[in-house]
Design a binder for this molecule. Structure first.
Ligand SMILES: Nc1ncnc2c1ncn2[C@@H]1O[C@H](COP(=O)(O)OP(=O)(O)OP(=O)(O)O)[C@@H](O)[C@H]1O
Ligand SMILES: [Mg+2]
Length: 412
């Protein structure tokens, strides 16, 4: 039976099979083994674009609807709300299903095999709430079914990363996988054996790089669009602070598309009308009119990464207004993200505590996931396990490597 290993990530997805005992990654786009988890409904061609093509259409300003971080919507009631998209009534499960179907087709074309079965990664906790967490897996399971898979089985993403990185450890060593991704942070404590690993505990939190983007945006970009500024009352001299929801949503990848509904545009216009600082709210109005919320999110993400790499940087907001940019001074990104990195470190400690292991006994810390490249996460995590040797696995492919390896025996 041919089983496809699939890492459906918040920001990036990938697929793999086992070949001669090693993971073989599928080329999902020209020469690329990772695929941005993004779609674009092109209103002109009536086609749904996927991955890099979706991002290109967004940047080109094509007429349509872009979506990223769809994984963060799993488990939410709106996953099953149907909307009109390119003349069809689709819910978000259909959209995820079409994305997964693209991966299936690419894998079948490359290998000549037929994949009726999938081994899918999943975060340890999509949500902290148990009911939502269970619903998220049901939603994802249904998306695999609608994508044409007869059956899917799930593996915790950090457990897959443990399989892919066990060679770094000697026999008997105790490793902690730290997978800081786009939407979640996931941890697995494992002991390396002769021909297998022993999983001692897995745990996770719903916090990742997209939350970093949200925090940076809320604190640095959204104030320029009127967050925190005063709105006058229609009568009298009273004022109140602009409502926060619209800014929170604009700073949150998966919520941006919903802001282009008429109600949000109307709210923004009302705020502008009574604003003590109308120039700021006028920016908000035009961001919604021009549908450039995702462009701002990409600018924030790029600023975050640049500031992390160089110590400081800037967020280029020329898409909003000529010459507009936000400086990210030395240490500013670290300071903003430090509380979240602290929560991630706390979750790592809890993973180890769940196995009744002392932090000092962890011999190896294995970092994977794109947001493990952030200095603030590395230092917060490493500080809790000072005795451990630090190893950096493949940031974007460690999970799919493990899923590929495990796919062979997933249904035995
Ligand atoms: N060079 C970099 N420096 C810092 N952060 C980065 C870098 N490259 C990517 N990221 C961040 O990593 C995150 C994506 O990581 P990754 O691809 O591991 O997530 P994912 O697997 O899609 O998400 P999840 O596992 O949470 O569902 C994004 O938030 C992105 O901004
Ligand atoms: Mg991931």
């Amino acid at each position: 039976m041919a089983v496809l290993g699939v890492d459906f990530g918040t920001s990036n997805s990938a697929a793999a099979v086992a070949r001669d005992g090693k993971p073989h990654l599928i080329a999902l786009e020209a020469g690329q083994t990772t695929l941005p988890t993004a779609v674009f409904f092109d209103f002109d061609t009536k086609k749904m674009l996927i991955g890099t093509a979706a991002g290109k259409a967004l940047l080109a300003g094509d007429e349509g609807r872009y979506m990223r971080a769809l994984k963060s919507l799993l488990g939410a009631p709106l996953m099953r709300e149907r909307r009109n998209m390119l003349g069809e009534k689709l819910d978000f499960i259909d959209i995820v299903a079409r994305f997964l179907a693209r991966i299936k087709t690419a894998a079948e074309a490359e290998t000549g095999l037929r994949f009726d079965h999938a081994l899918s990664g999943r975060p340890v906790r999509f949500h902290a709430d148990d009911a939502r967490n269970a619903q998220a897996e049901l939603d994802l399971r249904e998306a695999y079914a609608r994508a044409g898979f007869d059956d899917v089985t799930f593996m915790y993403e950090p457990e897959a990363a443990a399989l892919a990185n066990r060679d770094v450890l000697a026999q008997g060593d105790l490793g902690l996988i730290v997978d800081i991704g786009g939407g979640t942070s996931d941890f697995t404590l494992f002991r390396n054996g002769t021909d297998a690993i022993d999983i001692l505990a897995s745990f996770g939190v719903r916090l990742g790089g997209t939350d970093f983007d949200r925090m940076v945006s809320l604190e640095t970009v959204m104030p320029l669009l009127g967050r925190g500024s005063q709105i006058k009352h229609a009568f009298g001299n009273e004022t109140h602070t602009a409502p926060t929801t619209i800014f929170n949503d604009l700073a949150t990848w998966q919520k941006i598309p919903f802001l282009y509904a008429p109600e949000s545009r109307r709210l923004a216009k009302d705020l502008e009308k009574y604003a003590a600082e109308p120039l700021k709210l006028a920016r908000l109005v035009s961001v919604l009119e021009d549908e450039i919320g995702h462009d701002i999110a990409f600018a924030v993400e790029a600023g975050k990464i640049a500031a992390n790499d160089a110590g400081n940087g800037a967020i280029d907001l020329s898409i909003v207004e000529r010459n507009l940019s936000v400086p990210l001074g030395e240490g500013m990104v670290e300071e903003l993200l430090d509380p979240m990195a602290g929560e991630m470190a706390h979750a790592a400690l809890r993973t180890v505590a769940n196995a009744q292991v002392a932090p000092e006994d962890v011999t190896h810390l294995v970092f994977v996931g794109g947001s493990s490249l952030m200095k603030v996460t590395r230092s917060a995590l490493a500080a809790k396990f000072p005795q451990a040797k630090v190893h950096h696995g493949h940031a974007l492919t460690a999970i799919v490597d493990g899923l590929g390896l495990a796919s062979k025996s997933a249904f035995e």
